[in-house]
Design a binder for this molecule. Structure first.
Ligand SMILES: [Fe+2]
Length: 197
């Protein structure tokens, strides 16, 4: 036995190397999907997750700042939609981890990745709220479909079964937002050309 192998300096060097190796190792999870595919899919899902968080906060923002004669209906509808978006967040993040990828770590990372734009205006007219959420939802559904195509290409049926439900829910939100804003325009006696899908 070489006594030097147990010297404090050698053991400390070994543990440093071990630590560095552990730090460099990915948070790998066993999966039979291939590495470039899992990386691509988890990156796509992480950007989707950032969009869903941003749209969730915007929907709550409009829920909190709703006003006007349709206050109760719209306030409640947006709360239902926000709950649907919130319910997507954990399964989206956990899909990334199941594939051995990483996902968002912070509000800062969400804000760097999100494609949905924030709305910090002091006042937003309710029909404009509906129109903005509808456009954001259309963008989100488009991106969910793109992610679905990517997963189909790599045989990731686990992610796709979730995406299919979320696409259907997104289309329902668009429908409700469309009908709700059409009602608001008619009641105000105005014709809102922006309502056409
Ligand atoms: Fe509330």
């Amino acid at each position: 036995m070489n006594p030097s192998s147990h010297s404090p300096s050698s053991s400390s060097a070994a543990s440093t190397a071990e630590l560095q190796e552990r730090r460099a190792a990915p948070l790998s999870t066993p999966t039979d999907l291939k590495s470039p595919a899992t990386e691509q899919i988890s990156n796509t899902l992480s950007v989707l997750l950032a969009d869903v968080f941003a749209l969730y906060v915007k929907t709550k923002n409009f829920h909190w700042h709703m006003s006007g004669v349709h206050f109760r209906d719209l306030h409640l509808m947006l709360d239902e939609q926000a709950a649907q978006l919130w319910a997507m967040t954990d399964p989206l993040a956990e899909r990334c981890r199941k594939l051995g990828g990483r996902t968002v770590h912070s509000i800062g990372e969400i804000s760097r990745l999100q494609r949905v734009l924030d709305n910090d205006a002091a006042f937003v007219d309710p029909p404009d709220m509906m129109a903005e959420l509808r456009e954001d939802s259309r963008m989100l559904v488009r991106q969910l479909r793109r992610a679905h195509a990517l997963c189909a290409e790599h045989g990731d049926v686990g992610t796709n079964s979730l995406l299919e439900t979320w696409i259907d829910q997104g289309e329902q939100r668009i429908w409700f937002l469309f009908e709700a804003s059409r009602g608001a325009g008619q009641d105000n006696g105005t014709h809102r050309t922006t309502l056409a899908l």
